[in-house]
Design a protein around this ligand. Structure first.
Ligand code: ADP
Ligand code: MG
Length: 247
């Protein structure tokens, strides 16, 4: 507990909410506390991600405890892995229980632009390298076309990364079933809730009908307006703000 307070002070974190889990001090902590898959750890080390960044220290345990998250940390501070690591780990754990029974899409990551969505997909594909039981998809034109023409089924994917419009289009054409989605991440949340995107974002929030849906939003800046909307669709979110004091 005291260590946690010290750690939080050192990276200028303000964390609020109910029952806030202790941060991790290293990726090794994830092995001890959450049985982090050894292949996943190996993939991190291989890419020279040896120590978690502050947003990762806070957001990963929160996600492992299945919390809704409002995460705010500067650009370049590792928000992508902060939401991808617990997402992948929880799927690996669930797969062990399901023993090969295929599910529909379980995780959804939405980003406002194609470039950013593809960037997330690329980080994700490195992270799941060698974890062959996990199927990931980026909804580019070609994949979207195949889904629309029923050449492939959405149950082929465990995790989908997309921009809002492409996703909504597929749902409208009954080419994508999102009723089983357990985790929804809105990246660049300041944009996702601005006037250009808010309608699409609202739509996505209503499409994901699983009552157990865990929602999280990440951004470099979170205005009070965004915060208000996010809070209104979340359940006891943990709010993590990392200051700009990061080294
Ligand atoms: P953000 O989304 O917060 O702007 P990114 O997730 O794009 O930041 O990460 C920024 C950079 O930091 C990327 O090049 C990524 O590879 C790197 N990075 C992320 N996590 C770590 C880590 N734990 N250790 C070292 N580098 C990291
Ligand atoms: Mg980012």
């Amino acid at each position: 507990k005291e260590d946690a307070a010290k750690l939080r002070k050192s990276y200028g974190a303000k964390v609020s909410g109910e029952d806030i889990p202790l941060p991790i001090g290293s990726f090794q902590d994830l092995v001890t506390r959450f049985q982090l898959d050894h292949k996943l750890l190996e993939n991190l080390i291989q890419q020279e991600f040896t120590e978690p960044t502050p947003i990762q220290c806070e957001a990963i345990p929160a996600a492992m405890y299945n919390r809704d998250i409002i995460g705010c940390a500067p650009t370049g501070s590792g928000k992508t892995l902060a939401f991808l690591i617990p997402m992948v780990q929880s799927l690996i754990m669930e797969n062990k229980k399901l023993k090969g029974k295929r599910q529909n899409v379980r995780c959804l990551i939405i980003s406002p632009t194609k470039e950013l969505a593809y960037q997330i997909f690329s980080v994700l594909s490195h992270l799941v390298s060698g974890l062959t039981e996990l199927k990931i998809g980026y909804l580019n034109k070609s994949v979207a076309g195949k889904l629309r023409n029923k050449v492939i089924s959405s149950s082929k994917f465990d995790i989908i990364v997309s921009t809002p419009l492409r996703l909504i289009d597929l749902v409208d054409h009954e080419a994508l079933n999102l009723s089983c989605v357990q985790q929804l991440v809105l990246d660049e949340a300041d944009k996702m809730f601005d006037s250009n995107f808010v309608e699409q974002t609202d739509r996505i929030l209503t499409i994901c009908t699983n009552p157990k849906l865990r929602r999280s939003v990440f951004s470099a800046t979170i205005t009070s307006n965004v915060e208000e909307i996010a809070q209104s669709v979340m359940t006891y979110p943990e709010r993590i703000i990392i200051g700009h004091k990061e080294a």
